[in-house]
Design a protein around this ligand. Structure first.
Ligand code: GTP
Ligand code: MG
Length: 693
């Protein structure tokens, strides 16, 4: 059976680690009839945590997809990982959903990932709601957590459901929109009933707030509400649909997924009020870089975006596709605009976790799976007509952790390379690069856990041994003052000799300007045809500085004079003369080492703030700012990269695993004294290969 665009909903379940996302996803499938027997994360048999690495660790590592059918509507749910190591799969769900349900632990309230996820959703102007989980726990406090959400995010969530009791006396939830109670029934699904008298007053107050939220969605409803003081149930629905689609309203839900509670009213709300794909747009880019908004539209020819690539033991390669316009049909042919080739579509599927269900077509707005497409890669744009438009790639964060890796046995290097490439396809936050400067294969990603899991998989999959170490830092060299030098390259060997003389001046350039070449030769002291040789020599000279053989940057080189010989001069002679002249000049120009400095943002619970700050000052960090709210502090600092190579590990040990950070390159800065001496010492014995004289 296929579903039309207006009957599809895409919902991402996101939140801090361990808030109960996988449990909620499992129980939603159970409540909606997608599965008959719900499992627990502890049993290792949930629908969404099916990968071996998830079962072993009892955490989610990959996004999983499942769906529920309610009143002929297909609601796709993404269960996403909570650890920031696996953010990539949260991002793909945000990109593909029209509504994000942020899980907040009903005991702990707003946590570090909650803040980061919220900001990401804010950046996308994505409609979202909050689900306060684990309200069956003694420590849970629905009202208090809602208040901290309001304080932290300056948005007031409006309760669509609220809990009856907590801890041992937890009874279920009240559905404010439909005026019903849902009572816990042992292991079974919650049952609908009338609102108990003791909750009637709280219900009326909550209902008033929800009506206000509905009125705010639509001007005519607002007028009516002001005039008459109320709205009909139909008007409420209309108002809430509009308010939610326009991101003016943040619904709040209560529940205890493990007790199958809070699920039915959540599904009812998502089915009736949740944003339709018809309200959403994606963005595509033309070859000239201009961006166009593309509304999700079933009437247009087919187009879609590959959002994820996974490899399954039985089904092979799986490409997840979000259909943006038109429909995707099984056994058809389409164009892969990104790879510029025809793409044969074989079978199409939807899924419940790893279980694939074959379908004939997927309508605009829907998300499904194409199998066995060799060439399809994440971020590829598929299109019926080659429009030249490609959808913008997933907006992923910069890596925060890197490790240098090599196969213990040289013969396994190629196998390792292939496996690393495949891993970058599966997880787009994972990167792999051979650094020609440091002669290392460096893998980077969102944290130590992510990299370890990937390497572990490669090791066991290929049965090879790997070695890892802390990657080297890419230092640079530059100069502080102006200097000049001359060098004559002269050699008499049998027939033709070699002759070239170069006189040059070098001067510092502002940071980041790298290199400028100025030819100030007058009167043909060096003929024009030898100038390219001179410049080549300078480029070679700059490739390895005089302090520790690191590349030289931010220098202006001016050729002021020289001398040639009508028979013996050649491009090679001038290249060697210029290279040596440059190195001579550099020695006179107060050379200095530069190190990369990073912008660092750290999120920690306030109780760890002191320890984190003193650790940063020990790491030569400069603190630029700090702010705190709701028990969580955010620190902005600049820290040398050399000090951050193991920060993922350091921060984890300081904060008992709760801290999180982002890092981006800031600039290069000079180093001196002991620090510079150590860098120079570490490079002793470094071999430079250059053209010999
Ligand atoms: N008391 C109680 N515990 C719950 C509830 N829901 C989940 N839990 C427990 O919370 C723990 C974490 O649950 P998960 O569903 O794995 O949480 P998650 O958010 O998917 O975790 P990650 O994927 O690792 O981020 C498990 O031990 C669950 O049994 C609930 O409603 N009540
Ligand atoms: Mg999970």
């Amino acid at each position: 059976m296929s579903y039309t665009t207006e009957n599809i909903k895409n919902i991402s379940i996101a939140g801090h680690g361990g808030t109960g996302k996988t449990t909620l996803f499992e129980r939603i499938l159970f409540a909606g009839g997608g599965i008959t027997k719900p499992e627990t994360v502890e049993s290792g048999k949930t629908t969404s945590d099916y990968a071996a690495e998830e079962i072993e660790r009892k955490i989610s590592i990959h996004a999983a997809l499942g769906h529920v059918i309610l009143r002929d509507k297909k609601m796709n749910f993404f269960d996403t990982p909570g650890s920031s190591d696996f953010t990539g799969d949260v991002i793909l769900s945000f990109r593909s959903c029209e509504f994000a349900l942020v899980l907040v632990d009903g005991r702990d309230g707003v946590q570090i990932e909650t803040i980061k996820l919220w900001r990401n959703l804010e950046g996308r102007e994505k409609p979202r709601g909050v689900f306060l989980s684990k309200l069956d726990d003694e420590r849970a406090d629905f009202d208090k957590v809602l208040a901290t959400i309001k304080e932290k995010f300056k948005r007031e969530p409006v309760a669509v459901t609220f809990p009856m009791g907590k801890g041992a006396s937890y009874k279920g939830v009240i559905d404010v929109l439909n005026g019903k109670a849902y009572l816990v029934q042992g292991d079974g699904l919650e049952k609908e009933g009338p609102i108990p008298d003791e909750y009637k007053e709280a219900f009326e107050a909550a209902r008033e707030k929800l009506i206000e939220a509905a009125a705010e969605g639509d001007d005519t409803l607002m007028e009516k509400y002001v005039d008459q003081g109320s709205l009909s149930p139909e008007e409420m629905h209309t108002g809430l649909i509009e308010a939610l689609a326009e991101n003016k309203f943040v619904p709040a839900f209560a529940g205890a997924a493990l007790k199958n509670s809070g699920l039915v009213p959540l599904l009812e709300f998502l089915c009736d009020v949740g944003p339709s794909p018809l309200t959403a747009k994606d963005t595509a880019k033309a070859a000239d870089g201009t961006e166009t908004k593309i509304p999700i539209d079933p009437a247009k020819p087919f187009s879609g975006l590959v959002i994820k690539t996974a490899y399954d033991q039985f089904s092979g390669k799986l490409s997840w596709v979000k259909v943006i316009t038109g429909k995707l049909t099984a056994d058809s042919e389409t164009h892969n605009v990104s790879e510029n080739k025809k793409e044969r579509i074989g079978k199409l599927y939807t899924c419940q976790g790893k279980k694939l269900e074959e379908v004939k077509e997927l309508a605009a707005g829907d998300v499904g799976i194409i199998t066995k497409s060799a060439s399809m890669r994440t971020n590829d744009t598929l299109s019926a007509a080659d429009t030249g438009l490609t959808f913008l790639p997933l907006r992923l964060p910069e890596p925060v952790h890197s490790v240098a890796v090599n196969a213990s046995a040289k013969k396994d290097e190629d196998k390792l390379g292939e496996a690393l490439v495949r891993s970058t396809e599966e997880d787009r936050t994972f990167r792999y690069q051979f650094n020609a400067e440091t002669h290392e294969t460096v893998i980077s990603g969102m944290g130590e856990l992510q990299l370890n899991i990937i390497l572990e998989k490669i090791k066991t999959g290929l049965k090879i041994d790997l070695e890892t170490h802390v990657p080297k830092v890419a230092y640079r060299e530059t100069i502080i003052k102006k200097a000049g030098a001359e060098y004559t390259h002269k050699k008499q060997t049998g027939g033709h000799g070699q002759y070239g003389k170069v006189v040059l001046e070098i001067a510092p350039l502002p940071r980041g300007e790298n290199y400028q070449f100025v030819n100030a030769i007058f009167g043909g002291a060096i003929p024009k045809n030898y100038i390219p040789g001179v410049e080549k020599g300078i480029v070679e000279g700059m490739a390895h500085g005089t302090m520790a053989h690191y590349p030289v940057v931010d220098v202006e080189v001016k050729i002021v004079d020289g001398k040639y010989h009508p028979v013996d001069s050649s491009e090679l002679s001038f290249k060697l003369a210029a290279r040596n002249a440059f190195r001579e000049a550099m020695k006179q120009a107060n050379p200095t080492l530069l190190e990369p400095v990073m912008n660092l943002t750290v999120f920690v619970e306030e109780k760890y703030l002191g320890d984190v700050m003193s650790d940063l000052s020990g790491k030569r960090g400069k603190i630029h700012g700090q702010d705190s709210a709701g028990g969580i502090a955010e620190i902005h600092a600049e820290v040398p990269q050399a000090e951050l190579l193991r920060y993922s590990i350091d921060l984890r040990s300081i904060t008992s695993g709760t801290g999180s950070f982002n890092v981006t390159f800031a600039h290069y800065a000079p180093i001196s004294g002991r620090i510079a001496e150590d860098v120079i010492k570490a490079r002793e014995g470094f071999k430079v290969t250059e053209t010999e004289e």
